[in-house]
Ligand binder design. Structure first.
Ligand code: NAD
Ligand code: ISE
Length: 337
């Protein structure tokens, strides 16, 4: 069986996902696409796909079995809710939505329907290096975890990127990694502001230092920066009672010559996480084709957004802010596949 997928939002990641759905992954076809910028949607169209005038029309299209939401974060809620109302499986790029209130409306709708229809695109959970790191931690190789150091360095960000997005759109990945790595919720957030980079856009606190306190006492520090210039540099090291485990360089090959060594720094998230994106979407396609879903749930999307919203409050208050979550609805008590 071939899963017919409709893509809403044909910007950077929408185009990249259309490429992998059309040319890399199996059991799937891009049946439709749309964007508020219809010229962009038409330019991204693949053979045999329908270009719809709106996301709502795409979701209503009987030729669309499942929906991929890759538009800007604040627009996700509308399309995810429409997908749930239509009873279609939805893969929504992160963040599920940028506010707690929007995530709660999505959760209420999914819980009312009684089945999981939404998967959130936290692709790091499918990255081979992050999986090896988690295996080392959960396998007890480094003893009980005490803390994690993480860095999330972007070479640059587009003009549409706003200062709050350093936390709500960038550090949100590190929040999801922390929750997943330690099977625990974040209890409090503090945000420290180093000296502002001369390369930062006006009004940006860049870089930021986000300190996550997990409920079990593990501390996670995240350096988030969006104008590193030199490349896309993702780091993670867990410190345990008996040792440490860290992500390795993603250089491909390390070349040693003339008394020094060198390797490539990935250009951007597309290059660094190409295989993780492939794996997360193939898992979703296979699950949806089998009548199920896979990957991070609406609860995961909600929890990450609440932590980020709390982080933005901490950024403004210069204080440690506690994270307050709802009780977990029964629908999300089974772990995500
Ligand atoms: P982008 O600006 O390149 O593309 C977004 C597209 O959405 C644009 O073409 C825009 O015209 C369109 N759009 C905006 N509002 C719309 C609406 N109401 N209806 C339909 N289309 C609309 O942005 P991007 O970098 O591709 O990011 C898109 C989403 O994907 C964001 O949520 C972002 O956080 C996420 N993302 C995730 C990753 C990842 O690593 N998982 C990487 C990049 C982006
Ligand atoms: C982008 O939306 C992503 O999700 C990338 O993975 C992240 O590194 C970048 O900072 C975000 O803007």
């Amino acid at each position: 069986m071939t899963l017919n997928v409709g893509v809403i939002g044909t910007g950077m990641i929408g185009q990249d996902h259309i490429r992998r759905l059309s040319r890399v992954l199996s059991g799937v076809r891009v049946a439709a696409m749309t964007d508020v910028d219809l010229t962009r949607a038409r330019a991204a169209a693949v053979e045999g796909a329908t270009v719809h005038e709106s996301g709502q029309a795409l979701i209503a299209d009987p030729d669309v079995d499942a929906v991929l939401v890759t538009s800007w974060g604040p627009t996700h809620e509308e399309y995810v809710l429409a997908g749930i109302a239509a009873g279609k499986q939805v893969f929504c790029e992160k963040p599920l939505a940028p506010t707690r209130a929007a995530c709660e409306r999505i959760m209420d709708a999914e819980v009312a329907g009684g089945r999981r229809l939404v998967s959130v695109g936290f692709m790091r959970r499918y990255d081979a290096q992050y999986r090896a790191l988690k295996a080392a931690v959960t396998g007890g190789e480094i003893g009980a975890p005490l803390l994690m150091h993480a860095a999330h360095r972007n070479p640059s960000v587009p003009d549409t990127y706003t200062s709050d997005m350093i936390i709500s759109d960038t550090a949100v990945h590190d929040v999801d990694v922390a929750r997943w790595m330690f099977d625990d919720e974040v209890a409090a957030v503090t945000v420290l502001k180093p000296r502002v980079s001369a390369k930062a856009k006006a009004g940006f606190h860049d870089p930021l230092f986000v300190l996550l306190e997990m409920a079990n006492g593990v501390l996670v520090d995240v350096e988030a920066s969006v104008n590193a210039g030199f490349g896309y540099d993702i780091r993670g090291e867990v410190v345990g009672e008996d040792g440490t485990a860290e992500l390795s360089e993603s250089a491909g090959a390390v070349v040693k010559r003339a008394g020094s060594y060198a390797g490539r720094v990935p250009r951007d998230w597309r290059e660094r996480f190409v295989h993780a994106f492939d794996a997360e979407l193939q898992a979703w396609i296979d699950a949806v084709t089998g009548g199920d879903t896979s990957g991070p749930s609406v609860w995961d999307g909600y929890a990450a957004t609440v932590v980020c919203e709390t982080g933005l409050a901490a950024l403004r208050s210069d204080a440690r802010e506690p994270v307050v979550l709802r009780d977990v609805p029964d629908l999300y008590k089974e772990p995500s596949r």
